[in-house]
Design a protein around this ligand. Structure first.
Ligand code: ZN
Length: 80
């Protein structure tokens, strides 16, 4: 079996948000990625290039940036 190594395009996002429970400032980081491969195509059928992928990752990251976060102590408190 042939193993193909596709190029990974990563996009790292960092956000600072207030915990939705105690309002403590939280810093969160997340890496979004996609690989450049023959099956990763745009709606028009073209294989996505680095630029296409980064544009999508940026959108994904923007959604994540708007999401609220909760700190671990608040999360544990919320458990029954
Ligand atoms: Zn909290």
């Amino acid at each position: 079996m042939t193993i193909y190594h596709f190029e990974v395009v990563p996009f790292r996002a960092i956000k600072t948000v207030k915990c939705s429970g105690c309002r403590k400032t939280l810093r969160r980081a997340k890496t979004f990625d996609q690989t450049i491969n023959p099956y990763n195509r745009l709606l028009n059928g073209q294989v996505k290039n680095r630029k296409d992928i980064l544009a999508e990752l940026r959108l994904e990251a923007a959604v994540w940036m708007r999401e609220g976060e909760i700190c671990l102590p608040c999360l544990n408190k919320a458990k029954p």
